[in-house]
Design a protein around this ligand. Structure first.
Ligand code: SF4
Ligand code: SF4
Length: 254
């Protein structure tokens, strides 16, 4: 998902046990050069991690740092990290590196690698520009991914893919803008989705057990999983939620 805009090389298919050579450090003359003029697609989990790191709301994050590209008849827009209009730099890059390093998005964790659709990996960085690829430090890809903290991103992105994959090949014929807004809110604006769950009649309408209520109150990850289920219920009609039965009205004898 993150690509240097030119000179994409090495379109290989490497398995997780493949060893590649790489080391990135501030001493390299290319340091932070890869944090400009790049296309970084953000998933819902990326947005949660980044807006929490910045201690701002999802609304503020999306306003300030995201480009939202809607496509006709597609339910879920593409959400990109907005580069500075003048110098094309990422808003979070500093001379010392990434200012949100612990919460950087998935593509930044993967770089200089990217994942192919079949689960193999390829190097996407240009060897002439990414000097870290000339290092003698060796990494089995699997170990590299652990070191980069990829596991939770993979888990959350797999759940997101259960929503996006069925939609990819489909042109939706939905002309109700509220459905688009609700879906986007549930996926990308967790603060608003939390209000929707806890400050509307949501919990009066759907069966949600107390353990789940406690979990989604406490944890953004659990709330995001809950929102994926909500979209699957609303869009695909999957039985991820149970509508509460209306209490039967009994007419009193005259
Ligand atoms: S170009 Fe490669 S080595 Fe240089 S800072 Fe970026 S990832 Fe590190
Ligand atoms: S989020 Fe961090 S690692 Fe990613 S492009 Fe921006 S500064 Fe670089």
């Amino acid at each position: 998902m993150m690509q240097e805009n030119e000179h994409i090389q090495n379109r290989e298919r490497m398995d997780g046990d493949h060893v590649f050579q790489f080391s990135c450090s501030p001493g390299l003359s290319c340091f932070t050069q890869c944090c400009q003029d790049v296309t970084i697609v953000l998933t819902p989990y990326d947005v949660v991690r980044m807006k929490n790191a910045l201690e701002i709301t999802a609304d503020e994050f999306l306003d300030k740092y995201a480009l939202i590209l809607s496509k006709e008849k597609k339910l879920i827009p593409l959400v990109l990290l907005k580069m500075d209009e003048q110098d094309k730099k990422c808003p979070f890059v500093t001379k010392d590196g990434c200012s949100i390093y612990e919460d950087r998005p998935w593509p930044c964790r993967m770089f200089p690698l990217d994942m192919n659709d079949d689960g193999t990996f390829r190097i996407i960085a240009d060897r002439a520009r990414c000097l870290g690829l000339s290092s003698s430090e060796k990494w089995p890809i699997g170990e590299w991914l652990i070191d980069q903290g990829i596991a939770i991103y993979e888990q959350m992105n797999d759940l997101f893919a259960q929503v996006t994959t069925p939609l990819q090949a489909t042109d939706l014929d939905i002309d109700n803008p509220k459905i688009y807004q609700m879906t986007f809110m549930a996926l990308y604006n967790l603060d608003k989705f939390r209000d929707f769950v806890f400050k509307s009649t949501f919990l009066d309408k759907f069966e949600v057990d107390q353990t789940t209520i406690e979990k989604i109150k406490r944890s953004d990850i659990e709330l995001l999983k809950f929102s994926f289920d909500w979209v699957k219920f609303g869009i695909f009609g999957q039985k991820t939620f149970i509508v509460k039965q209306e209490p039967e009205t009994t007419s009193s004898p005259a």
